[in-house]
Design a protein around this ligand. Sequence first.
Ligand SMILES: Nc1ncnc2c1ncn2[C@@H]1O[C@H](COP(=O)(O)OP(=O)(O)OP(=O)(O)O)[C@@H](O)[C@H]1O
Ligand SMILES: [Zn+2]
Ligand SMILES: [Zn+2]
Length: 858
Amino acid sequence: MYAQVVVDVPSKQTNRPFDYVVPEELRTWIGVGSRVGVPFGPRTLQGFVVALSERTDMASGKLKKIEQVLDLVPPLNPELVQLARWMSRTYICHEITALQAMIPGALKAKYEKRIELADDAELKARKRADAQDGGQALLFAASPEEEAISAFVRQKGQVTTEAMLARFPEAGPLLKRMLEQGTFVEVQTVRDRMNAKTALFVAPAASPEELTAHSMKLPANAKRQKELLLWFAENLEPLPLAELTDKLDVGAGTVKALADKGLLSVTERELFRDPYAGREFRRTTPLALTPEQRQALEPVADTLERREHGVFLLHGVTGSGKTEVYLQAIQQCLDQGREAIVLVPEISLTPQMVERFKGRFGSAVAVMHSRLSQGERYDEWRKIVLKRVSVVIGARSAVFAPFDRIGLIIIDEEHESSYKQEESPKYHARDVAVERAAYHGAAVVLGSATPSLESYAKASGRLGSGAAGRYRLLTMAERVEGRPLPAVNVVDLREELKAGNRSMFSRGLYEALGQRLERQEQSVLLLNRRGYSTFVMCRSCGFVVQCPHCDISLTYHQVSRTMRCHYCGFSQPEPATCPSCESEHIRYFGTGTQRVEEELAKLFPGIRVIRMDVDTTSEKGAHERLLNRFRDRQADVLLGTQMVAKGLDFPDVTLVGVIAADTVLHLPDFRAAEKTFQLLTQVAGRAGRHRLPGEVFIQTYTPDHYSIVTASAHDFGAFLEQELDIRRQRGYPPYYELVLVTLSHEQVPLLVRAGEAFASRLKQCWEHERRGRGPGYPADSLGHLNDARGDGAYFEVYGPVASPIPRIKDRYRFQCMIKYRGNVDVAGMLAETAAAFDDTVRNDKLTISMDVNPQVLM
Ligand SMILES: Nc1ncnc2c1ncn2[C@@H]1O[C@H](COP(=O)(O)OP(=O)(O)OP(=O)(O)O)[C@@H](O)[C@H]1O
Ligand SMILES: [Zn+2]
Ligand SMILES: [Zn+2]
């Protein structure tokens, strides 16, 4: 047998599979998606098996053998391997870069794999799952051989796979079967934690009903036992014994008594580095849906039922109860024996979300996000590979969860730009989700109160026949239980100044805050970070401290009192005097939030403020702690940057204030108005979500801007019409697609030459293509679009021009923007064009980076 392997060298020359011989003894363990070690030149490299076949076109005598298999259970599956190929074509990146993006960082580190005997509970669970799946639980009578293997493993505790294969060289297929049957589990240990800790864990061994029923039968003096049973009737998660005895004040004897009755199970297991360890998630049950929720769920449920592929855009106003729709759709997906992926912007920002999912689905949920340690992330991921969970909730990269029976993918706050990865592979999780779902015959639900124009256009058929109906639109226009959307006041800051108010609070907002303090209700204040300086500026001469390697100002870091470059990492101490004029009036301009906090304290002595910004949330878990304190009413005001705008659901928040709404508006970004509308709508949506009605103050210098006017009227439709008009006229998405090509080099002359050569070569490419298609193509300006003949295809290269940040890490940067629409193979033309620069890239260290559908235009 032969394997095609993509090796871990991201280069043009190696961007293809290489053939290897699969040695007989490794056959059982190798599948498409396996990670293997292969000889490559003088080295051994890691690689992924992307195909297997009985034949090879190479002279087989020349082929080398695969040296080792790195995992017993392949970390990827054939579908993900195929997805990587699609990504490399779509986003113009190396296949290995796409493959590597799909596995957690810990797998790239040193690790060791071991096998251990599954405990009974796990084995039973596995068989139950099999049975539910329609399959037959395989109850096998152990053969002497199997007995011998089990005995060996039992005796050793944990065995490395090497030791195992050395001891039973012939037993490959049998071992594999035993692994599949759940006799063994594979444990991978990252080297830095080879002495994994174990602890006794207590878990319920009967259903909640049984536990409750039993607790009633206990004699009155068995209070502790009763308490323990009722607790486990509510909480699904296994808990370390020590923690349990501590929490419930019960002795180990009590636990043992119940374990002896078979109501609880006590097992020794490896301590998973569970970021949510020790947290209880109150079990929740499905809510009775509102009519709008039912209407939204129905088509999704239908699609699930038929196991069809379909993409839905769920446009539901803030507080309309989208989460409950997600939860019930997931429940149905799980009932079908299929798996679900839930993407949320950056999960640590919304700990409430995790709570909702863990509360409904308990330990069937794995959680993945970037703030977990490498080990934690690896453990969560392993739960997916080993099929211990069927729901994963996570940030962007969770879209690659190695499930193989996906039924549903949900993307909450689908408009968020964090779904786009800014380094290679520069993928958008939304597109990857749709691609995966198409393969699996799965449903995708994109949810938002402020959908991206791209998605909305696809859902509403705005783009004409080609794209029409690609997404199905579901609308929830009302908050649950008829709660009103908050009343919004737009305050013109220019008028405030005229009236002699020089404070950062308008009179209206000041009064409203005072009322909230009196009534003991809570307020959220948003200060948009981006508009406020975090740089150090001289007040005498205006000098701003810049990075010596990049053309960008340095950012002040309060904790270390240093100034750092966000692009290259350069850092220097804060200057005492101005390097330019030697004035001492050089100072840090603050994150803004600090200044607001100071002013609040002055205006309202004794006010309790929780400040949430980069400074206060850098520590692990800080977000969650701050939000919990706010929820527990230990503060009157939650003050922060964008992080306070999204997803939060606090009943007592009745006031939202936006200190300055226009700060994003003036950024050189065609999405500036869209981002402003989204931010204002989202933050306004935090007010009055429950019993108490809400009120919003938006302070601005441009009260007439359509993004502010429409956001304050909760009028997405009106915003959409205006914005689409502008996009059409200026030739931006969703009417046109963009690719940003950035070239960089240490020397400007070479860079300019390369940039111009690149642009003209690309244009030639299109010219050639266009001629081939025959007459009838509009070759010139955007104005011709509307009466485009042919198939309406359009292609234009803008630039090269210097990038908005013209230098990073001592390398100068030029960019070309490509605008196109219709049936144009842009990726193909770009790949072809870039290939012509291979020599310059290799010999002269030119870099060319391509960003398909860029979110950041710098
Ligand atoms: N059917 C229902 N009956 C009663 N309450 C509900 C129902 N559905 C949702 N809720 C409650 O309504 C509130 C708002 O729901 P949710 O947080 O899901 O809104 P959302 O649509 O996600 O809003 P946002 O976009 O602002 O995050 C929550 O407190 C939720 O528990
Ligand atoms: Zn100065
Ligand atoms: Zn720098």
